[in-house]
Design a protein. Sequence first.
Length: 271
Amino acid sequence: MPAATGGASAPPTLTVAVLTLNEAHRIEACLQSAAFADQLLVVDSGSTDDTVAVAQRLGAEVHNYPDWQGFAVQRNRLLAHARGDYIFFLDADEVMTPAFAHELQAIVRSGAQAVWTIRWRMVAYGHELKYFRSQSQIERLFVRAMVREFTGVVHEQAELLPPPGGGTVPRRLIEARLLHYSRTTVRGSLEKLTQYAMLGAAKRAAAGKKGGVVRGLASGTSMFLRLYVFRLGFLCGGAGFLYCLFVALEAFFRYAALEYDHQQLSESVRR
C-alpha cells in the first residue's frame, strides 16, 4: 500500500495505463497529457499502424499482446506490468486537461486509500458538447495493491481486495472532467455501431435476457429521448444530434442482434 507523505517515506508513484489497437491518429495527444506519470504503460493488441512506434517515441513502456481475449484479460496484463503505487486507466480516445492532471497528482501525493471515478467532457465530430449532461461515472483510479483482477465476459470490472482492517473500499469522485473524444467521424461511428451493439448483445445473452425488434425500438427510443431531450443534446447542434442518434441505434441493434443472432452470441459467450 502507498505510504502517506511525510517523514522519510518516498512519495507514492503513479502508473498511467492505456490499451491500444490502431490508435496512431490520436495516441499522441492521449499520452502527452499523461507525460507526468512515473510509469506510462501501454498494452497493444496487435496494431498494424504506427501506434507502437508513436507510443515508444513518447516514452511509453509498450507490451504487445495480439492474442485478443477481451478487455478484462488486457487490463490484467496492464496490471501485471504496472509498478506504480496507484494505477490510472486512460483510454486512447481520452485526454487529461491540466486541471484533471493537477487533481490526479494531488490524490496520488495524499496516499489516500480509495477508488476514484471520473466524469467526461464529451467531444464529438470536432465539437465539444458543452451543454450535454454526461452523467457516466467510471472507476479509473485504483490503489494498485487493492486490485485483485479484472473480470467480466464483456464489460470488465475490478475485483478488489478488502482494505486493511476490513470493510469496503471507499469510492470518491475526481472533480475535474476528462476530455473524451467519443466519436470523430460518421464512418467511425458506423464501424463502432456494429462493435458496441454486438458487445451489448453478448452481455445480455450472458445474463439470459430476451431480445427482439419491439424491445429494441423501446430501448432505442428511450435512449434517444433521454440523451437528446433530458440531457440537453438538442442544445449541442448537429454534432449533439448525431451523437445521441448513434447511441440510440446501438441500443436498438443490441436487442435485434440478441434475437436474430442469438445462436452466435451464445456460442461466443461459452467460449
